[in-house]
Design a protein around this ligand. Structure first.
Ligand code: FES
Ligand code: FES
Length: 159
């Protein structure tokens, strides 16, 4: 039998009350129930990072999180990055530096990059690479992504 549970959470600033199957993962909930298809699903077992979102301000793999575990939490997905200053600067630099091609990894890559910047980390290429090492990109070769992150931090430091 398909058990369901009621959850209440905030996604991108909006409050939702939803009845969800207890086995539904958060990525499927965001995509299929809320229509927030900017969260991508790749490996579905916590390896590729495509599904990375913010859960209570910390990055999380939405393919490894059950929707019921997100009860009473606050989620931010790529659809909610518009109002985030770090995100808008990063997105601008992702474009400028050609840090995306097919864009499949980009929502998750941006989440990890925003987290790196918000933690007050330096524009150090080695540290950036370590931080985004859980996000796979099949297109860019990573150098442009590292450039975009370092440029965003340097721009902020020079303001
Ligand atoms: S889809 Fe979640 S880590 Fe790959
Ligand atoms: S831009 Fe295609 S996978 Fe990263």
């Amino acid at each position: 039998m398909n058990k369901t549970a009621q959850i209440e959470l905030i996604v991108n600033g909006e409050k939702y009350f939803e009845n969800v199957p207890v086995r539904m993962n958060l990525a499927d909930f965001l995509r299929n129930k809320l229509g927030l298809t900017g969260t991508h699903v790749g490996c579905e077992h916590g390896v590729c990072g495509a599904c990375t979102i913010f859960l209570d301000g910390v990055t999380a793999r939405s393919c490894l999180t059950l929707a019921v575990q997100a009860d009473e939490t606050e989620i931010t997905t790529i659809e909610g990055y518009e109002t985030d200053k770090n995100a808008s600067d990063l997105i601008k630099n992702f474009h400028k530096r050609n840090a995306l091609q097919c864009g499949y990894c980009t929502p998750g890559m941006l989440a990890s990059s925003i987290e790196y910047i918000e933690q007050g980390n330096p524009p150090d290429r080695k540290k950036v690479k370590e931080h985004i090492s859980g996000n796979y990109c099949r297109c860019t070769g990573y150098q442009a992504i590292v450039d975009a992150i370092c440029t965003t931090i340097q721009e902020r430091q020079s303001r």
